[in-house]
Ligand binder design. Sequence first.
Ligand SMILES: Nc1ncnc2c1ncn2[C@@H]1O[C@H](COP(=O)(O)OP(=O)(O)OP(=O)(O)O)[C@@H](O)[C@H]1O
Length: 257
Amino acid sequence: MTATNKPNIVLDVSGVNKSFGGLRALTNVNLQVEEGKVHAIIGPNGAGKSTLLNVCIGRIKPDNGHVVFNGETLDRHQPHEINQLGVSRVFQTPEIFADLNLLENVMIPAFAKRDGAFTFNAIRAVSAEKELREEAEEILHDVGLYERRTHLAGSLSRGDKRRLELGMCLIQKPKLLLLDEPTAGMARHDTNMTIELLKRIKARGMTKVIIEHDMHVVFSLADKISVLAQGTVIAEGLPEEVRGNPRVKEAYLGEAH
Ligand SMILES: Nc1ncnc2c1ncn2[C@@H]1O[C@H](COP(=O)(O)OP(=O)(O)OP(=O)(O)O)[C@@H](O)[C@H]1O
């Protein structure tokens, strides 16, 4: 392959190790995420998936190894700096402002990206920003919550809170979106809605890393899959390659069946 048609690597994790006390959560993990692709990370419970995502957003510092985002080494960056560089993450437990309405919730992260933190000045500035408000309304349409834009975020169901949080990430127009089990706790209808939403975002060219236990979601969305087991990448490749890999069947898919 020549230099010109080489895929652009947005996220490059190399040789990452992380132990918690005596427990090795990640062992020599390498991961390369191509621009515009959906890269799924799957694996059994306790495989190290969330730890790996936390390393990528600077919440956990690896014992050694490196994470490079868009050509920039993240070793010394704080989480809010990594966010400002263009990395957003949807958490397993939604991190929203329960006492504010949906529109305000979606508008605040746009200020946070600009100012570097979720400040109360940002909350005050919200009402003045017409353009941002329109953008937030559009995003609430996208995530299926526009009709409830004036409701308090705390009143939403768990699935709707997760969609709201996704909206809070989208308004930051991240280059890289990390999703930690975006459909966990959702009924099938909500899961399918979320798959359709993520496909629409994919069409806009946003690169995504997705941790997911639901194989229907993984095989509906992923361009590439990495399989973690006991902190090590045991397989990676196209979905059909991973699906047929005996090590994966043994470590994970077999378990799911
Ligand atoms: N802060 C921590 N302190 C101590 N041990 C931790 C910590 N975070 C994770 N671990 C351990 O590291 C290992 C990997 O955990 P991690 O949450 O990354 O796995 P996971 O693949 O995301 O699991 P799940 O699918 O169940 O969410 C587990 O054995 C877990 O108990």
